[in-house]
Ligand binder design. Sequence first.
Ligand SMILES: [Ca+2]
Ligand SMILES: [Ca+2]
Length: 180
Amino acid sequence: MTVMKMSKSLLIVVCLVGLAFAQTIDNCPTSVPRDQYTVVFGNQCFQFVLYRTRDYPDALKDCQSRDGTLALTKTKAVEQFLQTQAVTYGLQEALWIGLNDKATENTFVWEDGTALDEAESNWSDDEGPRTGIIQHNLEDCVATNTGKNGQWEDYHCDNEFFGLINYEKHYICSFDLIPK
Ligand SMILES: [Ca+2]
Ligand SMILES: [Ca+2]
């Protein structure tokens, strides 16, 4: 076998292996819609839920009903990817992600229980952990503001007074990929 033939064979093998491990929308749970609002990045599937708004607890429940959770956007790479998607959808609004400081004020925790790595955080000015006089005890749930380059903002989590005061937003769910 010539060197040329060998390298061709090697290339084919590499391509086949690549195809076998490429994660696509097909690796999202079957409960997640296959449309332009479902995207794959790294080892996660993300669904932009833009067809209805919910407060944080109900948005979380909706993601969980499809075996997911509110989006775990733990790295700047993931955040940038999702913001790029948001721009393609023409979004200019805050979307819930799976991050909150409900349990302990100023200690932000992802919905899978892991602590926020502040080095990977994306807070907008005057949002997130606070020191000083003005605290954010009533703002415990985090959204990515797609109109501000995806920067994070903390908001009230729950609708109040039976929905008369409304904190509903669109949201992003995330799901573990399923190997095929
Ligand atoms: Ca808070
Ligand atoms: Ca805030």
